[in-house]
Unconditional design. Sequence first.
Length: 342
Amino acid sequence: LGRWVFWPFVPRWTAEAAAAPEAPASHSRWERIGSVTAARPRRAWVLSLAATGLLALSSLGLDMGLTQSELLQTKPESVVAQERISAHYPSGSSDPATVVTPTADAAEVRRAAEGTEGVVSVEDGPTTPDGELTLLSVVLKDVPDSAGAKDTVDALRDNTDALVGGTTAQSLDTQRASVRDLWVTVPAVLLVVLLVLIWLLRSVAGPLIMLGTVVVSFFAALGASNLLFEHVMGHAGVDWSVPLLGFVYLVALGIDYNIFLMHRVKEEVALHGHAKGVLTGLTTTGGVITSAGVVLAATFAVIASLPLVPMAQMGVVVGLGILLDTFLVRTILLPALALDLG
């Protein structure tokens, strides 16, 4: 498109400017940060790693899973109604499990369901027009979507050959699918990102270190967020979708900043040598990467104000993770590692 797209500040190249370029005022700030890091790089990355590791410890105690009544930050009328029902009737009467079975086996399935621990009653349901299938309504003792109700759904599935559905069954299946997705998606994401970094930097050790810093940053963000969820926001737990989607977002965004930094470092090292090249790369990219990180973190912070708990948690995790990447990983940890390890 040409340089006119930068109007009204169209950049112009001149031989005089190239011979005596003036560094932006913001560079001095990043030069001071770089100088402090370069003075004792090993201490810098050890302390940075210790700080992120301390925050990450809280992620080991995540209370995973939210019930239907815990998905909103306020208490809507539906939750109040459920509490009233649970106070006077079996907790599961407002949302019974559904059991679908061949009509020929309906009587046997009903007896098996009635004998299952945690089942209060089994009511006859409709039959399909062709008479092939019958739907039974099973009232559970525990509150729908609770741990006890999920145990009862598992028991129903073990005791019968029928299909068990309903809100509790859906929540249980979603939980297990999320765990399965986590074990499949996380290695795939890490492998793809690692291959891109190896291709970009023509190195193996460097990309592994970069990827490691992003993973540590993710767990630190998850741990710090968990403290906020529990002690500030008053959430009952962490939604199953948050670790997986938060990981995908933070690895993608965090590795972007590392790529911007290290690709520039690679160019500067070729011109000025290793130590000066690392510091020049940090100095010249500091302003733009920090600005981008602050804007992006603020954007996700807006999501944290939404009434849906999973969305709010996603905003907090990603926002904190971006700030950690911007101000700790990319500013201190990664340059210190590059200076110390060569």
